[in-house]
Design a protein around this ligand. Structure first.
Ligand SMILES: [Zn+2]
Length: 226
């Protein structure tokens, strides 16, 4: 294959993964749970910026390891506030990121290349997880530099998104032992903290344990766990 045709086929593949990501978002917007979450974020006073969902490439080379499939981009829901923390680097590898690239607007970043490569294209739990972070960000002034508050956000996101459901856990090889759901929530929340630059090296399992009951019991905006 000549160099130019290989470059153009790479380009085609990239275009295709972008298109797949856009159609994934469109499909998600029709999902009642996703629509409900978006409505609740607006209802409690945070109009969603347009665009709120963004499809981007997250891997730079074919050997890059994905850090996340999707991430919640921190920013101000206040339309008049475009101030940016220029010192903040986007070097966290958990799914809550802050970057000046996004002009201070909150949103959900979907990694189109990761989604394509790891075939999670129909996984709405990924989007719900990030929307629960968006809801928490809107509901309270979450201090994303506090490991306790981050633990709480991750416990809620893991327990309410459905990612610890029976099917997902079985696929991960964690069979239905007693207490598996809670173990999954704790494990995933701890992992998220371990991967964040803020809480790396801390005793995150302990923090998650300390925050667990209170944050697990907080099922807003759902009446009960879904
Ligand atoms: Zn998260």
């Amino acid at each position: 294959m000549s160099e130019s045709s290989s470059t153009s086929s790479t380009k085609d593949a990239l275009m295709q993964s972008h298109r797949n990501c856009i159609s994934f978002i469109k499909k998600q917007l029709e999902d009642p749970l996703i629509a409900y979450m978006l409505g609740e974020i607006e209802r409690i006073g945070c109009p969603l910026p347009n665009p709120f969902f963004r499809c981007e490439r997250c891997l730079h080379t074919s050997t890059d390891k994905p850090k996340f499939t999707a991430a919640y981009i921190l920013g101000s829901f206040d339309n008049n506030n475009n101030s940016l923390d220029k010192n903040q680097q986007n070097d966290d590898d958990n799914d809550i990121i802050s970057t000046e690239y996004y002009f201070g607007k909150p949103g959900v970043l979907l990694c189109e290349d990761v989604m394509d490569r790891y075939s999670k294209a129909d996984d709405k739990t990924v989007v719900l997880h990030e929307l629960i972070h968006a809801f928490d960000d809107c509901r309270a002034m979450v201090n994303w530099k506090s490991c306790e508050q981050m633990a709480c956000a991750e416990i809620r996101a893991s327990s309410l998104s459905g990612e610890c459901g029976f099917m997902y856990e079985t696929k991960r090889g964690n069979m239905g032992l007693r207490g598996q759901f809670m173990n999954c929530v704790k494990r995933r929340a701890t992992l998220s903290l371990n991967h964040s630059s803020v809480c790396q090296g801390e005793n995150n399992a302990k923090t998650v344990e300390q925050m667990f009951q209170k944050c697990f019991n907080d099922t807003e905006p759902f009446i009960k766990r879904i």
